[in-house]
Design a protein around this ligand. Sequence first.
Ligand SMILES: C=C(CC[C@@H](C)[C@H]1CC[C@H]2C3=CC[C@H]4[C@H](C)[C@@H](O)CC[C@]4(C)[C@H]3CC[C@]12C)C(C)C
Ligand SMILES: C[S@@+](CC[C@H](N)C(=O)[O-])C[C@H]1O[C@@H](n2cnc3c(N)ncnc32)[C@H](O)[C@@H]1O
Length: 366
Amino acid sequence: MEAMTVAWTVAGVGMALVYWFVWVMGAAEVKGKRAVDLKMGSITNDKVRDKYTQYWSFFRRPKETATTEASAEKVPAFVDTFYNLVTDIYEWGWGQSFHFSPSLPGRSHREATRVHEERVSDLLGAKPGHRLLDVGCGVGGPMRAIAAHSGSHVVGITINEYQVNRARTHNNKAGLDSRCEVVCGNFLSMPFADASFDGAYSIEATCHAPRLQDVYGEIFRVLRPGGLYVSYEWVTTSLYRADNSEHVDAIHGIERGDALPGLRRQDEIASIAKEVGFEVLKELDLALPPALPWWTRLKMGRIAYWRNSLVVRVLTMLRIAPKGVSEVHEMLYETAQHLTRGGETGIFTPMHMVLLSKPAAATDTK
Ligand SMILES: C=C(CC[C@@H](C)[C@H]1CC[C@H]2C3=CC[C@H]4[C@H](C)[C@@H](O)CC[C@]4(C)[C@H]3CC[C@]12C)C(C)C
Ligand SMILES: C[S@@+](CC[C@H](N)C(=O)[O-])C[C@H]1O[C@@H](n2cnc3c(N)ncnc32)[C@H](O)[C@@H]1O
């Protein structure tokens, strides 16, 4: 009898612990994604580890992936693999907007994120009747914020099919599916007609392009003359020193853990924009003071990372999450350290903002 009581107590405590790990500790940053729902995009469970290994070795020397034509061509496919591996972890641990934003005193991360997104909408002068393009839309956090804030119609494009499905589900839940469309495609060769958008924006997405000219050229083509384009670019700043090994390590870590074929320099962005025909109306690093640090959100998450890593391990042991998820989670943890270092030293910014205009037809050089 006593043995039975002990056994039932142990079983009960065990069940409670599993429940606590999975449903309480593993709860989503933003309701909607739980640790038990961690999938690896469209990769089947048995292929996760292999895909991760292939991804990790492809981006071993990130800069080289952009400079040789053969590997530059493979970048979009590896970026797709990357987003299969990380999309659910991002949603679970960060929310539906896959970008940074300056911290705002006394305001939550969610509010700061929203303000950063609405700024794009305001810079574009977006309004009802406008058709906007979201270049590299992720699961659509910014798209929904901008459609709701401006009343405009937004079409998003992402290379990752799994994100398309997630974004459509979220659009539907938010009651915005009549004004938010999502298309699966490559932003280096977009399935849209010339001059078919009134405005365009990209939030922390064009950094995945091996050559910025290619994606900017495509955006220029699909914008109507007189249309505006806003981009938040990931770049190294003038504080970066190629002869400082700490700087080199941090930037290499950012590139490898974020599927980037080599970060560009801040001073390259405007000249590339001009090269494809844009006029540069504004250029500003939104991370500079008086803005508060964007990386504090990463730093404050130390305990959460430890908790998440435990949850991921337990779920893998219980075979609820596929093998390989722990490795991907570990990679993201390391990447977060590099990003924090990049922010603290000021050698890197994820929010170099450019506001560009496609000249009116008469002066159009393209
Ligand atoms: C623009 C890009 C992505 C930027 C960020 C949204 C992501 C960069 C690093 C990510 C994360 C790092 C640590 C993860 C943590 C270990 C995990 O427990 C929960 C999720 C993280 C916080 C995750 C969330 C998204 C990032 C901050 C790139 C790809 C161009
Ligand atoms: C870091 S996420 C940012 C997503 C979104 N802008 C946001 O802020 O939530 C980068 C996005 O760019 C997309 N992307 C990267 N390379 C792409 C390509 N060649 N074509 C289309 N989308 C691409 C990814 O699929 C992903 O959706």
